[in-house]
Design a protein around this ligand. Structure first.
Ligand code: HEC
Length: 146
């Protein structure tokens, strides 16, 4: 009793994530074909800047993504086809550091949201295992873009 393992409470989308600081951007080609921005709350950004690993409890990293969309308007201005911009949002992924609660997954809680709603647990099956190659950097692939 008392020490029974309860499922950790579901991770919610933090209220002000859209105002967080930029860590870096990326583009995935292939099936995903998106543009993405990686943002962090103050604890996460501070750890990135000071190269202070592991990330402290309370750090949250958000990966936003949008469809990789050609911009006709911009291409006209440039006089050739070269411009791609953020289209519709695809999904949002979060990594939330709590070394006790998420001890079994490197101290990180993983979550994914589509249209602002959390995706079901099945969607989170491969998060941690795929982040294992970045173990040396506390399971975080993204490097801070100066
Ligand atoms: C197939 C491997 C793979 C899977 C599965 C995966 N990730 Fe990632 N993730 C990556 C790679 C590689 C990056 C860095 C490149 C990028 O931004 O796309 C990344 C980036 C991230 C980032 C930005 C921080 C960082 O580590 O760079 C977050 C947050 C994130 N993933 C969360 C998740 C969540 C939540 C899930 C499960 C729903 C998930 N990932 C599943 C490979 C994966």
């Amino acid at each position: 009793m008392g020490e029974k393992q309860a499922a950790p409470p579901a991770i919610e989308l933090p209220a002000h994530y859209r105002d967080w600081k930029l860590i870096s951007v990326a583009h995935e080609a292939g099936k995903l074909n998106d543009l993405r921005a990686i943002l962090g709350n103050d604890q996460a950004v501070d750890a990135f800047r000071r190269k202070n690993l592991p990330f402290p409890d309370g750090a949250i990293i958000a990966r936003l993504a949008w469809t990789y969309t050609p911009s006709e308007e911009n291409n006209k201005a440039f006089g050739q086809e070269q411009s791609f911009v953020a289209g519709a949002p695809t999904n949002i992924q979060l990594m939330v550091k709590d070394s006790k609660r998420y001890a079994s997954t490197g101290g990180w809680g993983f979550a994914q949201f589509t249209n602002g709603r959390p995706d079901p647990p099945e969607a989170l099956k491969n998060c941690y295992s795929c982040h294992l190659p970045a173990k040396e950097r506390d399971y975080v692939f993204t490097r801070y873009a100066p």
